[in-house]
Each structure stands twice: as structure tokens, then as C-alpha cells.
Ligand binder design. Structure first.
Ligand code: S3P
Length: 434
């Protein structure tokens, strides 16, 4: 069996932080320089919609000895109202973050606009976008089933809002924050389960800890936002696939450099440590409000099965669950997940996508509305097994890891979809192969 060893300095820059850096750059007055911007398709979609709305930006890719290539994006804007009416519907492709977060900005602009996406994005729920924006005074219409096209009648007269998130969603929290920057007065977004907090950190928004454990992000509308530089750390959600691979494959040892370890993103590492994984965090430091560090991961023969049943944990590891499920199934033959109904609204229905593919590999699974259970492996499947990605990058990469760990012969449909977040995924796997 191949062994995976070595140092990785070429992980993709964080997808969530890249989106926000570009959007905040377009909202700020002055020149925003973003270094180490992600070349993933989703982040490129954000740049494209900004350009379609008249924002001036340049992107250059320079070769780097340490990290392959580095992308530098420079955005020039006059501030909150620098956007112009797009001539055609804005194509967000596969990127839910682009569609949802940009909707918040468009709601505050004095023109009409429409957001559309690819087949997967056109099925995802957008009522969560429309509800708060309507309360703030924007017009928003959706399809009959509450999905895109998202048609926005923006207004310069947005009202401030106190809004409690109905679902733990950083995208919704951020879209309300972006809209609230345009409103005349102070808004608050309240969350009872902590979701990723990059928007509050990057905008420097005050966060109140309420007596009942909820948190309120406070947004003062129409305050001048000055441009500032951003440097994007590596994506922990991408790191997760390589960590799983090293844990599963005997003899492997990998060092991942400069990964974002923000506590609202790194819950999966805590979970793996509790399960006995050989993971060590080194060189941990803080840069621009974000915790960053190196991850050393070594093959672990005696991993405990993962059991995830706490809503707050689910919110913290929402993007890593497919990989954790496949990892736990491959390493231990079992896995338990509850309170994760949100997974059905991602790039695919990730509960049914993981279950159906694990079943093709011979695992016994039981599916519930909000989770699933893996109860062992009935038989080792031999010969070619078709894996259906459902046009979902994280499903494709989770099963590409299983392919190597089980030494199976998996035929993964639509593999190019990994480019959404991790274009060099297969290149890194090849480089690490000892
Ligand atoms: C994201 C938030 C999460 C996550 C998505 C990126 C973000 O979605 O699944 O990949 O950048 O804010 P929700 O906030 O809708 O859970």
C-alpha cells in the first residue's frame, strides 16, 4: 500500500475567509490587497459577481518556491455604494456562500438584481436569505419552492434589524451583517449556536455574550469602512481530507503548514484528538484575529469510533462531517450522527450522499432525518465500485480518501468538482505518496 509522507505548504487558502475578504474589500473605501486568495472555483465566482457589479479588481498569480503559486487580489472601491446594476443575472455557479452573502450587499443597493447558480445551487434553500432582507425593507422573490433565482429589489433605505438566526448559519449571519452595514442605525444578529465567526472578526464587529449563552453581533450601519489588507491562511476544511488520509494509511506522517485553527472551525481536530488520533498542533499563533498553526498527523491504528450528537458540535464541524463519517467507517466500522439535518441542504444532501456511497462499499447504514449510523461492514466489495458525487466537492474528496485507504477500485463520477474548494487535491496526494 502507498504511504503518504511529507510537508504540505500548498493547501488551498481558506474558502470562507477568501469570500469575505473579497466582499469586504468591495464594501470598504480605498484599495484592499488580499494575499494568498483562493483559486477554488467558488472564490472565483465571488470575484466574477463583484466584477459584474462594476467593482474594479485585479488578480495575479505568481509562482512561489514555498507554496507553488500565490494569488494576489487587489480591489478598489469607494465604499458601501460602489456597486452598479448588473446587466445580466449574476452567476454564482456552485457557491452558496457567494449567493447568500452577496444577497445581503445587493439588498442595500438602489437597483434590481438576480442571483442564479448551477443545478446544485438552484435547489438549495434561500428563504433564510429572503426573510431577514424583507424585514429590512428590500424586495426579495424566490421560486415557488423557496430556491433561486433570488430576485432582489434593493433599496438605499434599508432598516436596521434585530434578528435571531432560525438556523445556525454563518452565511445568514454574514448576509444580515453585510445588509446591516447599509442600514440607518444599529442592528444585531443573535445566534444560539456558535457558527464560524470570520465576518465579525474581519469587520471588527463587537460581540455581546448574552446571559442565556446566546451571542449578539452588533452592526452599526453607514459607518465608514476603511480598506485594509488581508492574508488568507490555509483552509482547515481542506486540511481535513489529508488528515483523514494520514490517520487511515499505515506508515503515513504529514505536516500541514499555516492552517487556520479558528476555534469555530477546528472542532473536528478536538473530536479526532478525543478519539485518540495522533495529531499535534505546532507553531500556533494569531494573525489578524485568526489563530493559525501547523498540523502534524501520524497514522493511528487504534482510533475510537466517532459519535456526534451535540448540535453545537455539529455547527462547528458542518463541512467536515462527510470526511469524518467516511474516516470513522473505514477505521472502525462504525459512526453515529444526530442533530445534523442541515447537512441535507448543502451542495448535495450529504446525509443520503454519504450513506448511499458507504452502502456501495459494503457498509451497513441506517439513515434518519437528521443523521445516520454506520453499523459495520457486511462484505468487502471487490472490483470497480461507482461512487456518485452528486456534484459535491466534499463527497468526491471524502471517497477519494476512502479509495486510497481501502485500496479499493472506486470510480468517482464528476471528479473535477473538487476544484470548487481544492483544485490541487489530487496533485498533493501524488506528491505525498512515498
Ligand atoms: C460557510 C458556512 C457554512 C458552510 C459553508 C461555508 C461560510 O454554511 O457549510 O461551506 O463561509 O459562511 P452555513 O453557514 O449555511 O451553515
Amino acid at each position: 500500500m502507498a504511504v503518504y509522507k511529507g510537508e504540505v505548504s500548498t493547501l488551498p487558502p481558506d474558502k470562507s475567509i477568501s469570500h469575505r475578504a473579497a466582499l469586504i474589500g468591495a464594501l470598504a473605501s480605498g484599495v484592499t490587497e488580499i494575499t494568498n486568495f483562493s483559486g477554488g472555483f467558488d472564490n472565483q465566482s465571488t470575484l466574477e459577481v463583484l466584477q459584474a457589479c462594476g467593482i474594479t479588481l485585479t488578480q495575479e498569480v505568481t509562482p512561489s518556491e514555498r507554496s507553488g503559486s500565490v494569488r494576489r487580489v487587489v480591489i478598489e472601491s469607494q465604499g458601501l455604494w460602489s456597486f452598479s446594476r448588473p446587466e445580466t443575472p449574476l452567476m454564482c455557479n456552485n457557491s452558496g456562500s457567494t449567493m447568500r452573502m452577496f444577497a445581503g450587499i445587493l439588498a442595500g443597493q438602489p437597483f434590481d438584481s438576480t442571483l442564479v447558480g448551477d443545478v446544485s445551487l438552484m435547489k438549495r434553500p434561500m428563504k433564510r436569505v429572503a426573510d431577514p432582507l424583507r424585514l429590512m425593507g428590500a424586495g426579495v422573490s424566490l421560486s415557488e419552492s423557496g430556491t433561486a433565482p433570488v430576485e432582489i429589489r434593493g433599496t438605499r433605505d434599508l432598516r436596521p434589524l434585530i434578528y435571531e438566526l432560525p438556523v445556525p448559519s454563518a452565511q445568514v449571519k454574514s448576509l444580515v451583517a453585510f445588509a446591516a452595514l447599509h442600514a440607518d442605525g444599529e442592528s444585531r444578529v443573535i445566534e444560539s449556536l456558535p457558527s464560524r465567526n470570520h465576518t465579525e472578526l474581519m469587520l471588527g464587529l463587537p460581540v455581546e455574550e448574552l446571559a442565556d449563552g446566546r451571542r449578539a453581533v452588533v452592526i452599526s450601519g453607514r459607518r465608514p469602512l476603511e480598506a485594509r489588507p488581508f492574508h488568507i491562511p490555509a483552509d482547515p476544511s481542506a486540511a481535513c481530507f489529508l488528515i483523514a488520509l494520514a490517520l487511515l494509511v499505515p506508515g503515513s506522517e504529514i505536516l500541514l503548514r499555516d492552517v487556520c485553527l479558528n476555534p469555530t472551525r477546528a472542532g473536528y481536530i478536538d473530536l479526532l484528538l478525543e478519539a485518540g488520533a495522533n495529531i499535534v498542533l505546532e507553531n500556533v499563533r494569531e494573525i489578524g484575529g485568526e489563530t493559525i498553526g501547523d498540523i502534524v498527523v501520524t497514522h493511528t491504528a487504534s482510533l475510537e469510533p466517532l459519535r456526534i450528537t451535540d448540535k453545537a458540535v455539529v455547527a462547528n464541524i458542518i463541512d467536515e462531517i462527510p470526511m469524518l463519517a467516511v474516516l470513522s467507517a473505514c477505521a472502525t466500522g462504525s459512526f453515529d450522527l444526530e442533530e445534523a439535518g442541515e447537512l441535507r441542504t448543502k451542495e448535495s444532501d450529504r446525509i443520503s450522499a454519504v450513506v448511499s456511497n458507504l452502502e456501495r462499499l459494503g457498509f451497513l447504514c441506517e439513515e434518519y432525518p437528521d443523521g445516520f449510523r454506520v453499523k459495520g461492514r457486511e462484505l468487502e466489495v471487490s472490483g470497480k465500485v461507482n461512487i456518485e458525487t452528486f456534484h459535491d466537492h466534499r463527497i468526491a474528496m471524502s471517497f477519494a480518501v476512502a479509495d486510497r485507504a481501502l485500496e479499493a477500485e472506486l470510480d468517482i463520477s464528476d471528479r473535477e468538482i473538487i476544484g470548487v474548494s481544492f483544485p490541487n487535491f489530487f496533485d498533493i496526494l501524488e506528491e505525498l505518496k512515498a
